[in-house]
Design a protein around this ligand. Structure first.
Ligand SMILES: Nc1ncnc2c1ncn2[C@@H]1O[C@H](COP(=O)(O)OP(=O)(O)OP(=O)(O)O)[C@@H](O)[C@H]1O
Ligand SMILES: [Mg+2]
Length: 479
């Protein structure tokens, strides 16, 4: 066959003027191969292959070709968010600097960090809070619902809430745990008098005899909240100055007060909620370093956003992508989705989409996967598209894999992965599949709804100033 005939076969979309981008050459015939813009970028894309097989290069190539092909219109209508676990995509940012933002999140550095901006109104939302603090247990989510609702109803105010809580805490139905819970927030409520207040509180101890469960002090019993509070002058005279508290401090104070209140009223069991409070206390430290809560001003977002999670701890690496996925999906659905599209691009997606993880609890895993499964199942009709690249497709939840429309398959050798290809990727013929374990680096089998036949393509290597920073070191020159 002549090259022209083969090219004709490799041309997709019957239309002559349909937009397409050049990504490489066919491996066997060595003729240039274009992929159609319409069909690829309005679909979910999966890029799979072993480490070093060229996934990051292909991903970067596809998107930088797209951005340079027809830049302005693309950036006017669409938003692209890259989740960059290893900080590899800075070169693409540099190439399109005027259109893009590169956030380097860091959970180690003390100050001067890049931070992800979240609007106040979005932050005080029970869904978002439950993502941030992995509240999945049946009682924890309602607890956060009530927290968000209260804050909505009463605004920023905390002082009255604090004093009401004290009254109820020392009222009829006292609980042993409430004192120690209260102590945990003293340093936030009244940093100057922390020592005095702790001393006051330490004089109370739990006394239990039959029905007579009361705190008592110096062997004397008290009957009314007023009598108790009279012995806590420093605590009672504390005023919470909301302007001095960070949003994360506020949420801890709010949640703690609510816990005391609910336990004293027997609305919740202490044991069910205290893990949530512990989680809040332990994770706010790193979350505060990567998230900034801003007032509700209109942001001027840029169409390209790169979020590097290279210097984040494990926990943040899991939370931030979920936060972004959740917020952007909700926000995008609210827009006129016929006029806008959103593209979420996740390299090293096994970090967040894996089915097997020993580090986290079962319920949390379900929640995490459910979120992404919802996005991938329902995103298309809202113009929300996901691109995932991963080394182990077998680790990723099968629901996700089976919803992907177009695949770029680099070298894969693991039996499980190959078996998965056979099962979930229907538009892949046997001979292409047989090639997958022996592809050279940068070559991939391309298949999916946008193509009428699987193709084997050698993806063009990006010039070094644009390529993702992921080269294998060359020991010959290195040593
Ligand atoms: N199209 C290509 N042509 C030639 N060599 C390539 C090509 N793509 C990648 N390579 C080589 O493979 C190396 C690794 O590529 P890349 O970082 O894209 O792999 P990867 O699959 O993303 O690996 P990892 O899973 O570890 O992130 C590159 O440094 C380069 O030397
Ligand atoms: Mg890579």
């Amino acid at each position: 066959m002549s090259d022209e005939s083969i090219s004709a076969i490799y041309t997709f979309e019957g239309k002559v003027d349909s937009k397409k981008i050049l990504i490489g050459t066919s491996l066997l015939e060595d003729i240039p191969v274009h992929i159609p813009v319409n069909g690829i970028f309005n679909s979910h894309i999966g890029i799979f292959g072993n480490t070093g097989s060229g996934k990051s290069n292909s991903l970067a190539k596809i998107y930088s070709e797209l951005f340079s092909s027809n830049g302005d219109n693309i950036f006017k209508k669409s938003t692209f968010v890259f989740i960059d676990f290893n900080g590899e995509y800075k070169p693409i940012h540099n190439q399109f600097e005027s259109k893009s933002i590169y956030l380097e999140l860091d959970t180690q550095k003390k100050d001067g960090n890049d931070k992800l901006k979240i609007k106040k109104s979005e932050f005080w939302d029970s869904e978002l809070l439950s993502v941030l603090f992995s509240a999945t247990e049946k009682t924890q989510k309602p607890f956060l619902n009530i927290l968000a609702r209260n804050r909505h109803k009463h605004g920023d105010e905390l002082d009255d809430y604090f004093h009401n809580t004290l009254n109820i805490m020392f009222g009829q139905n006292q609980h042993r745990e409430t004192i120690s819970v209260l102590r945990s927030i003293i340093s936030i409520i009244n940093p100057e008098k922390t020592k005095e207040i702790n001393a006051e509180l330490s004089e109370f101890s739990w006394y239990s005899r039959g029905d007579n469960n009361k705190y008592y002090r110096n062997n004397s019993y008290f009957n009314t909240p007023e009598e108790y509070l009279a012995h806590l002058p420093h605590l009672v005279s504390s005023d919470i100055d909301i302007s001095k508290l960070s949003a994360f401090d506020q949420i801890i104070v709010r949640a703690t007060l609510q816990l005391i209140m609910s336990v004293s009223r027997n609305y919740v069991q202490y044991e069910h909620i205290s893990p949530l409070i512990n989680k809040m206390n332990s994770s706010t430290n790193s979350l505060e370093k990567v998230i900034e809560i801003i007032d509700d001003v209109a942001l001027e977002p840029k169409p390209l956003l790169f979020i590097s999670l290279k210097n984040c701890n494990q926990e943040t690496k899991k939370t931030i992508p979920m936060l972004i996925a959740k917020c952007s999906f909700l926000e995008h659905k609210r827009k006129d989705t016929a006029q806008n599209s959103f593209h979420l691009i996740i390299d090293e997606a096994h970090n967040i989409l894996s089915e097997t993880s020993n580090r986290e609890s079962e319920t949390w895993k379900d929640y995490r996967l459910e979120l992404f499964e919802e996005i991938i199942k329902e995103g298309r009709k809202f113009g929300y598209f996901v691109t995932i690249a991963s080394q182990r497709p077998a680790d990723i939840s099968p629901t996700l894999i089976s919803q992907i429309h177009n695949y770029f398959l680099h070298r894969l050798v693991n039996e499980n992965d190959l078996f998965l290809l056979k099962n979930s990727i229907s538009n892949l013929d046997n001979s292409s599949r047989a090639l997958v374990p022996i592809l050279p680096s940068g070559a991939c089998v391309v298949s999916g709804t946008a193509f009428h036949t699987p193709m084997i393509i050698q993806v063009q290597r990006l010039p070094s100033e644009l390529a993702p920073e992921s080269d294998t070191i060359d020991l010959d020159t290195f040593w």
